[in-house]
Design a binder for this molecule. Structure first.
Ligand code: PRP
Length: 178
């Protein structure tokens, strides 16, 4: 699998250090409150697993699954909620967690869905942010790393379902996807 990689963009050490910083910031922000941490399946599971172990605030965990939609912006194929939350959202502090903020359409869709259920607050934390690709005005409240518009894999991110288990983030050799 490592032979498929062109370059390592973020090492395990860089990721671990940044997540401990994010943990401190999020702990400070929510001091004295309990949160409902909502992870967007599947890509965010690795980041979520590490992030929650860097949080001291009380939290409950829930998951949401959103359809993949490629690059289309057609409302017919816009992200759809495939399986929704088990938890009661009303009056709770919700933190949405995803692996990557790309066009922003997935996060915007989930944010709107949660907001419609009358939470006390909704914030978002993404592991990676590709600001150049944004198609709306969505901004994450916390972001691990801002990266250029390159196709990346590892640490939860896949190409054709593969590479999610790599403990770092890397770019693929063009020969892998051409
Ligand atoms: C990826 C990623 C984000 C979304 C970001 O999910 O995990 O949820 O795309 O893209 P956007 O900002 O352009 O909406 P994907 O649909 O590939 O599913 P996965 O989480 O199972 O990898």
């Amino acid at each position: 699998m490592k032979n498929d990689l062109k370059q390592i963009l973020l090492t395990e050490e860089q990721i671990s250090l940044r997540i401990s910083e994010l943990g401190l910031e999020i702990d400070r922000h929510y001091e004295g409150k309990e949160i409902l941490l909502v992870t967007l399946l599947d890509g965010a599971i690795v980041f979520t697993a590490d992030l929650i172990r860097n949080l001291s605030i009380p939290l409950r965990l829930d998951c949401i699954r959103v359809s993949s939609y490629g690059d289309s912006t057609d409302p017919e194929t816009a992200p759809r909620i495939l399986s929704s939350l088990k938890s009661e959202v009303g009056g709770r502090h919700v933190l949405l967690v995803d692996d990557i903020l790309d066009t922003g359409n997935t996060m915007k869709r989930v944010h709107d869905e949660v907001l419609a259920r009358d939470p006390a607050s909704v914030q978002s934390c993404v592991f990676l942010d590709k600001p150049e690709r944004r198609q709306n005005d969505f901004k994450a409240d916390w972001s691990g790393f801002s990266i250029p518009d390159e196709f990346v894999v590892g640490y939860g991110l896949d190409y054709a379902g593969q590479y999610r288990q790599l403990p770092f983030v890397g770019t693929l050799k063009p020969s892998v996807y051409e």
